[in-house]
Design a protein around this ligand. Structure first.
Ligand code: ZN
Ligand code: ZN
Length: 149
């Protein structure tokens, strides 16, 4: 089965992700902007059992807009946030797509929190579902309880 590897910038923290992700999305929310340091963030999600994280990480938690606890895992050396989980979608791990350093990574299907989108940003593709309603972020996609923030 296809396995992809995401790493932090210094390389000591890795996530091995088996099979195709269940969801790939772009989030324009302000928290994702701060997390990534960019003006939007792209993440891919796999069932927890398809993600093996190796290396040292520090966790930081916050309550997302949805009211759910989100837990971020980042490298204590270089600071890259590699992965996060949200209790609003239990059993699924989100991995930062940029951490795969793969320009051929599959395209996102969802673009959420577009009311926070910088107006020069456009997520292209006929397949992309666009949403400006944080509530929709819960029901979009393959599984109920999806939370992008
Ligand atoms: Zn690192
Ligand atoms: Zn977000």
């Amino acid at each position: 089965m296809l396995t992809r590897m995401a790493t932090c910038r210094c390389g000591q923290l890795s996530a091995f992700c088996e099979g195709e992700p269940v969801r790939i999305s772009v989030c324009h929310c302000l928290e994702c902007q701060k997390r990534s340091g960019s003006v939007f963030a792209t993440q891919a999600r796999w069932p927890d059992e398809h993600v093996v994280i190796s290396g040292d990480y520090t966790q930081w938690e916050r309550i997302a807009d949805s009211g759910h606890l989100a837990t971020y895992k980042f490298c204590p050396i270089c600071g890259s946030t590699l992965a996060y989980v949200n209790e609003g979608w239990p059993g699924v791990t989100a991995v930062a797509v940029g951490a795969f350093a793969d320009p051929n990574f599959p395209k996102p299907r969802f673009s959420v929190y577009e009311h926070r989108k910088h107006d020069w940003v456009e997520v292209q593709g006929n397949q992309v579902e666009h949403s400006s309603d944080p509530g929709i972020a819960y029901t979009q996609g393959r599984l109920p309880g999806v939370v992008d923030d």
